[in-house]
Unconditional design. Structure first.
Length: 91
């Protein structure tokens, strides 16, 4: 079977692009959503967990929630995750 690329350089570019789409993008989204436990588990499972974590609801204090969520979705995130570890233990 022959590669659809015309040269080795193009094949390398395809490989890097595929790696970014399949591994880097879901890992980045998982981290931006504050899913740190799932982000760590993704390293063990070679990135398969990141495909599950990326579409999940973000933690309410994460960068992703602050940037992309409106009031309704932010309320859902607060209802799901409740108080975070940053809010606990403060006297």
């Amino acid at each position: 079977m022959e590669l659809p690329a015309a040269s080795t350089g193009i094949a390398i570019a395809y490989g890097i692009g595929l790696w970014i789409v399949l591994i880097v993008a879901p890992a980045t989204i998982t981290a931006l959503k504050g899913q740190w436990g799932l982000f760590a588990a993704g390293w063990i499972t070679l990135g398969m967990v990141w495909w599950i974590a990326a579409p999940r609801l973000a933690h309410p204090e994460s960068w992703w929630a602050n940037r992309f969520y409106g009031p309704d979705k932010l309320a859902r995130a607060h209802a799901r995750y409740g108080a975070t570890t940053g809010d606990q233990g403060v006297a």
